[in-house]
Ligand binder design. Structure first.
Ligand code: NAP
Length: 484
């Protein structure tokens, strides 16, 4: 029998919970999870803004081994997702494996083991290191002149200050990504005044986010009924159609998606001036497509304004725009997104021969299949650089990725090898192919700027069909793998 190996999972969000559950079930593995915060949930713990919703159908935003019949509506509300992950962590024994309040600051591969250092001074070591540290969690705080002079409350959408009541307040939200749009839908018309500062209008795909009826929820308790409602074949066809549109902006699917967004704008907004102010100047899906049942309705509510003029500065009582207007405010929310290129950083990760991930990623982050880096043995990232992002279920993505990691770990766990990662050549060839394909996607050809683009302006995402991703995860190319 082979020796027990120790595995450390960093992060107890969606992907970390998954890795912990899978490793716990793997014979000869001793698994421990470190989480910098005091709760599981990752993104869904950090984001608590009003209107927080995931745009993936709720029944598909679950692990395949822990379906949830109890979602309240078609698109899952953030607090329900957080409860779901807490419940799964409880039911599948993740809590006893997890140390909370432990932030890993350094991981170095020395003599066959990852030596870990934590901000608390704790040390640990393990043969296997899984980074499930998330993607969008370092807030992007634009440097707007005068921000520190503001006398009201100012915070980032992912750091919502719930101690501040919203009733009768004048609120501005800066940013029109999924976050800004969802906050607008939740608050516009319900506060004294709502100002939506939109630098670049987005295409909005309408979606019916109806609550499930009590009868439906009761029927979903039967796994067969639930599976039927999830319509795996139909869902998979929709995902493939969606990727077809992303990969070729001339495709029929891309035209259909663009047409649906355009019709939504034309039919939902009455005032011609407002309609023009909301009309995007780039191709649909160039930025992450926004699914919203009611944004256009929200922006037309009373006491609600769309502000297209640039922000000149923040002053003590509001925001001054380039056209000389002063918007008097009590609360300013930066829905300005995240630094999407951080991944495991600021943690210092050092592989063989003292090579640091920071050095390797000096231009922009790269990883073989988004999972592995040469000379970083037994180190795998879930939802790492250039993986499939874009309106798909990240839970499903992480499960597929785990399928690949599991296969790579097999020789290490059986004792046939002690170190596994991709080869340097495999990584270079893969990344060249990926970048070439990425330049053909609408993220590149669509005429917009977005967090999908890396520092070199190349889309940082999986640039092939979703079914190709599933196939790649199921079938590792062993010629690209360095086993020692
Ligand atoms: P985002 O998509 O990066 O959008 C940031 C917004 O802030 C953009 O509208 C941007 O304008 C604006 N902005 C940034 N700096 C600005 C400045 N200095 N002045 C004025 N405007 C500025 O961020 P997000 O909305 O937080 O969404 C990030 C990602 O989180 C999403 O794409 C998605 O992956 C995920 N998310 C998902 C859901 C969901 O439903 N599943 C919900 C929320 C978030 P420009 O476009 O002009 O740059």
């Amino acid at each position: 029998m082979s020796e027990t190996k120790r595995a450390v999972v960093l992060g107890a969000g969606m992907a970390g919970i998954l890795a912990a559950i899978k490793l716990r079930e793997t014979p000869n593995v001793d698994v421990v999870v470190y989480e910098k915060s005091d709760r599981v949930g990752g993104t869904w713990r950090e984001n608590t803004y009003p209107g927080l919703t995931c745009d993936t159908p709720s029944h598909h935003y679950t692990y395949s081994f822990a379906r949830n019949p109890n979602w309240s509506r078609y698109l899952p509300p953030g607090p329900e997702i957080q409860s779901y992950f807490e419940d799964v962590a409880e039911r599948f024994g993740v809590y006893p494996l997890t140390h909370f309040g432990e932030e890993c600051i350094k991981a170095e591969f020395r003599e066959g083991k990852w030596e870990l250092e934590f901000a608390s001074g704790r040390k640990d070591s393990a043969e296997i290191l899984i980074a499930a540290t998330g993607v969008l969690h370092h807030p992007n705080m634009p440097n707007i002149e005068g921000a520190s002079d503001f006398k009201g409350a100012l915070f980032h959408s992912s750091r919502w200050d719930h101690s501040i009541p919203l009733e009768n307040k004048r609120i501005a939200v800066i940013g029109s990504g999924s976050t800004g749009v969802q906050i607008c839908s939740a608050l516009a018309g319900k506060v004294a005044q709502f100002e939506h500062f939109v630098r670049t209008p987005q295409w909005i795909m309408p979606v019916d986010n109806a609550p499930f009826t009590a009868e439906q929820i009761a029927s979903f308790q039967d796994p067969d009924v639930l599976a039927e409602a999830m319509d795996f074949e139909g869902y998979s066809a929709a995902v493939n159609a969606y990727t077809e549109a992303l990969l070729d902006d001339q495709s029929e699917m891309a035209q259909q998606m663009a047409g649906a967004c355009l019709m939504n704008l034309e039919q939902s907004v009455q005032d011609p001036e407002l309609k023009e102010a909301l009309r995007p100047d780039h191709k649909a899906m160039c930025k992450r497509l926004i699914f919203s049942p009611d944004y256009y309705q929200a922006i037309q509510r009373p006491n609600t304004r769309l502000v297209r003029s640039g922000i000149k500065r923040i002053v003590e009582n509001g925001i001054e725009t380039e056209d000389g207007e002063l918007y008097e405010l009590d609360i300013i929310v930066y829905a300005t997104g995240f630094q999407a290129d951080r991944f495991v950083r600021p943690m210092d990760v050092i592989g063989r021969n003292g090579l640091s991930l920071n050095t390797l990623w000096a231009d922009y982050p790269k990883a073989y299949l988004a999972l592995s880096v040469p000379d970083f043995p037994n180190f795998f990232m879930l939802n790492g650089p250039n993986g499939p992002v874009g309106n798909f279920s990240l839970v499903e993505i992480a499960e597929n990725q785990w399928g690949w990691v599991e296969q790579l770990l097999e020789p290490v766990l059986s004792g046939a090898a002690s170190e596994v990662c991709c080869t340097a050549e495999g990584m270079i060839t893969y990344e060249a192919r990926r970048e070439e394909a990425a330049r053909k996607t609408v993220w590149y050809t669509g005429g917009c700027n977005s967090w999908y683009l890396n520092a070199a302006g190349i889309p940082a995402s999986w640039p092939w069909a979703f079914k190709d991703f599933e196939a790649a995860m199921a079938n590792p190319v062993w010629a690209d793998i360095d086993l020692r």
